[in-house]
Design a protein around this ligand. Structure first.
Ligand code: ZN
Length: 141
């Protein structure tokens, strides 16, 4: 999840509390600039690790190191596979390209095959979500 300022402040408050310090807004602002890029999950992990391990209030590089122990899920670009009547094999098209409809090159025979579908934004996002839920790079039609 993308980090927002409210969740950030709530996580930072835990750090201040754990180290017996008053919440300081100057510190918050400085940390926010560096930490904004993290996900909420990464910050939560970093705060937990710091609370458990650090004797002193953590500096920014330390928090970033903890945060990066959590790998950000990669953005998947699922494909849809189509059957090529020319060479009788399946070939894949990146889902995003389907919004335009038209023709796509079969990766086996390199012939262009017309595909009559023109996918709506909703169909595209549903297809992508299905592929992500299935943990696949490829989604079958
Ligand atoms: Zn083909």
């Amino acid at each position: 999840m993308t980090l927002d300022r409210v969740s950030f402040a709530s996580e930072m408050s835990k750090l201040f509390a754990a180290h017996g310090r008053e919440v300081r807004h100057e510190t918050m602002d400085t940390y926010w600039d560096a930490i904004e890029q993290l996900t909420l999950e990464q910050l939560q992990h970093a705060v937990k690790r710091s609370v458990e391990n650090d004797e002193a209030f953590p500096k920014i590089p330390k928090l970033l190191t903890y945060a990066r122990e959590i790998k950000v899920k990669r953005e998947v670009s699922p494909f849809y596979s189509f059957f090529c009547k020319g060479c009788e094999s399946f070939f894949s098209v990146i889902i995003d390209q389907l919004s335009g409809g038209g023709s796509f090159e079969c990766s086996s025979c390199k012939e262009y095959r017309g595909i009559t579908v023109r996918w709506s934004t909703r169909q595209l996002s549903e297809a992508r979500q299905r592929a992500i839920d299935d943990g696949k790079d490829f989604a079958e039609v």
